[in-house]
Design a protein around this ligand. Structure first.
Ligand code: P6P
Length: 339
């Protein structure tokens, strides 16, 4: 039994070892991609430590400013954003970063060394921080077109459809800190062991159940949902369907994490307040959709596959419906009857 098998037996595969192992499967892969991902895991460990002590450190509450969306920035939002910027800036191979908290992308390197683009929501669900509800970090990794290395229109480099992602992942700061990532070869999950500060492999090649027993949606918006979505939700509540149980935390990463592990469906459709949807395409829907598909699930905007949407602006919003094949099939059937 080789050393890695022994370590796997002992449950001591760290995320760094796992990423390097994936890289070795690609003889053409260089260590630079693994080096980039280790920057994200370093940031995750720092943010986790801050989130876990939020009540003790003076970092709860408003930062006194608002972001481009007019949303009140929480202190932890600002801190998480700064942490990711710093951890990625020193990787030497990240050319552009973009964030929910930054109006425009930041260009870190223009030459060929700046090969990668990292887009992130540094602390999604941050409005829940003060009431101790799980929050999360979501990230997406793209590659710059070689031709783009020297021009200065960073936004056009970033606006790529989701199927171009090289990697995506999230960290959920819940009862434990769990990191899920994919490089397009399955979805793998790690739990942070705070006693040693390492992410330890928990589940490899995670599969979303073919069907589940939960639907997850803010039913406060029910009256403005399309007829197809209203019919689907009514079906979920019938004896024929189960009925399904409703679970909604109001924190995307936590709601998706449960859907991924237990199956079912999460919906944030168009509403009266958000006709184009509330969630962001580039740093929420695209990474979540990549992860869902890698685990055997599906993700649409109600009309088409999320990963095929052509972005037109960095902070654009989209409806997001993501879940198990059985629930997605039923929902698509109901929505196909809408005019
Ligand atoms: P609502 C959190 O503010 C967030 O951006 C996502 O994490 C979450 O899924 C959604 O908004 C919740 O929105 O309108 O139901 O409060």
């Amino acid at each position: 039994m080789c050393a890695t098998d022994v370590r796997r037996e002992s449950g001591l595969i760290t995320i760094e070892e796992h990423i390097l192992g994936r890289q070795s499967a690609h003889p053409t892969a260089t260590g630079s991609f693994s080096w980039l991902l280790s920057g994200i895991t370093l940031a995750a460990r720092i943010i986790s430590a801050k989130v876990r002590r939020a009540g003790i450190l003076d970092i709860l509450g408003d930062a006194g400013e608002s972001n481009i969306h007019g949303e009140q920035q929480q202190k932890l939002d600002v801190l998480a954003n700064k942490t990711l910027e710093l951890c990625l800036a020193y990787r030497g191979n990240v050319g552009i970063i973009a964030s929910e908290e930054l109006d425009e992308p930041t260009v870190l390197a223009t030459g060929a060394s700046g090969r990668y683009i990292v887009i992130f929501d540094p602390l999604d669900g941050s409005s829940n921080i003060d009431v101790n509800v799980s929050v999360g970090t979501i990230f997406s990794v793209l590659e710059r077109e070689p031709a783009g290395f020297n021009h200065h229109d960073a936004v056009s480099d970033v606006l790529q459809p989701g199927h171009r992602q090289l990697a995506a992942g999230y960290i959920v700061y819940g009862s434990s800190t769990v990191l899920a990532y994919t490089v397009g070869e399955g979805l793998h999950m790690f739990t942070l062991d705070p006693s040693v500060g390492a992410f330890i492999l928990a589940n490899e090649n995670v599969r979303m159940p073919e069907t589940g027993k939960y639907f997850s949606v803010n039913e406060g918006n029910y009256n403005s949902f399309s007829p197809g979505i209203q019919r689907f939700l009514q079906w979920c509540k019938t004896e024929e369907a189960g009925p399904y149980s409703a679970r909604y935390i109001g924190s995307l990463v936590a709601d998706f994490h449960r859907t991924l592990l237990r199956g079912g469906i999460f919906l944030y459709p168009s509403t009266a307040k958000a006709p184009g949807g509330k969630l962001r395409l580039m740093y929420e829907a695209n990474p979540i959709a990549f992860l869902a598909e890698q685990a055997g699930g599906e993700a649409t905007d109600g009309r088409g596959r999320i990963l095929e949407k052509i972005p037109t602006s960095l902070h654009e919003r989209t409806p997001l419906i993501v879940g198990s094949p059985a629930e997605m099939e039923r929902l698509n059937r109901e929505m196909s009857q809408d005019s």
